[in-house]
Design a protein around this ligand. Sequence first.
Ligand code: F6P
Length: 565
Amino acid sequence: MTASNAASSAPVDPTSTAAWEALEAHDLELTGSLREWFDADPDRAERFSLEAADLHVDLSKNLITPETMELLQRLAREVGVEQRRDAMFAGEHINTTEDRAVLHTALRRPVGTPDALVVDGQEIDRDVQATLRRVYDFANAVRSGQWTGVTGKPIRTVVNIGIGGSDLGPVMVYEALRPLAQDGLEARFISNIDPTDVYATTEDLDPETTLVIVASKTFTTLETLTNARLVRQWLLSGLRENAALTPEQEREAVAKHFVAVSTALDKVEAFGIDPDNAFGFWDWVGGRYSVDSAIGTVLAVVLGPEVFEELLSGFHAMDEHFRTAPAEANVPLLMGLINVWNVNFLEAETHAVLPYSQYLHRFPAYLQQLTMESNGKSVRWDGSTAATETGEVFWGEPGTNGQHAFYQLIHQGTRIVPADFIAFATPNHALADGDQDVHELFLANFFAQTKALAFGKSAEEVRAEGTEGPLVAAREFSGDRPTTSIMAPKLTPSVLGQLIALYEHITFVQGVVWGINSFDQWGVELGKQLAKDLGAAVAGDDAAIGSEDSSTASLIRYYRSHRES
Ligand code: F6P
């Protein structure tokens, strides 16, 4: 299969490949434990540790042997992962159900990359750079105080209104790089249609110094447009109260306080936002892959264009690694394949992501959309039924909080929960408790957890500590609980970009093996449609309530009878 026909070709049923058959046999024959494998092979850690840009990735505590990895790479070859990767980078329409190219990687191609990318007649590099320049000019104007609110005050708070990919990426990156925010400038985020979100986020804000970014790829999303209208109402009534506006200023207020990011600039205008104050992107950027597009405008404003550029350079470094590294050293490829091994052969159902970095506390939530909206599907890109289990449930919390909550199940439960542990050598804030470097305490936990999960504690070891009777079993740890450790020198904008791109490409690899189009999301449509259809019933129309199923009708009646005005 060549890259040029990869987009239109039917997915290969992975279970029909020779590699799959060999993996099944290998799974049955595999004996030993991580303890034994480490004892037998003193080079195991080195053998399974890889570098990708600034990331050091240790795969050795997974339930893999060199043969497992060879067979998984064979599987990748037999299902055509490389060809589909090349087709993606080249802009082929691998998003088959929407007949679109998938080009988030083009958003981070540096200026001057040779062989300008032209796809479907669009000069991609030129358009990406032109938009970035507009975003940066706008960001600099706000940061310098040249762009002010309607009453002439500089902007102090940027409120991003968006949901899903128009929220999770910006929030996650803002939280991760918070120390780099310009003094006196903060970002806030409104996503939920629960009115509490708008209320609580705006409650203590001064409309005169607030800038609102309405971020929506489609500009049709109910939550975002409703919240944008609510905030416009809040802003205008606040401005009227605080500062007696002239009629001229009233007209100007929305233009000075509202900007938009969307692929649908006509809808932005219809909403009442001046298209001059709108930043575009394109249908070849999926929502959950869009934080590095103009959707990141809030980040460029609050963290600055230089930070945003550094973030993009990190993404690009990982793209280049994924595009060019040989299979045996290709970290996203191998991590994606290990996930397939865990899901399809070891029967893992979930996957924990455990950042040992407080600033990455929204990273698991971000990954939930990236991975589960991408690969939570039962049909393949040609409409046939998936031949295997697909997307795992991603979840996680920052260490060490998770240790005191759910690690019990990961250590001693009956389910296998593969986990990615992420940590940084240098802390964002080095603090000492007396002579104790607190980051070292933190990292000792990071190292201890993967060690305990891999090697466990045998009954003999428990007895050797003086424990007898039924308590022995309770204190025993089986070990052989697979983990990947990802380390980097420091959580910088570039390293964050690398981490995000790493998971984007891991998700892609899994999707290709399973034959899934990882770039559509039809599964979110039914609920949206039904919510619209239920409007009349929720508002109290008895006939509409009566036509509902008995559970839905009774829940709506409960609501109607308990709602306080
Ligand atoms: O409903 C799911 C979804 O379409 C996501 O894929 C997307 O990130 C989110 O809604 C928000 O969409 P938009 O950016 O168009 O408002």
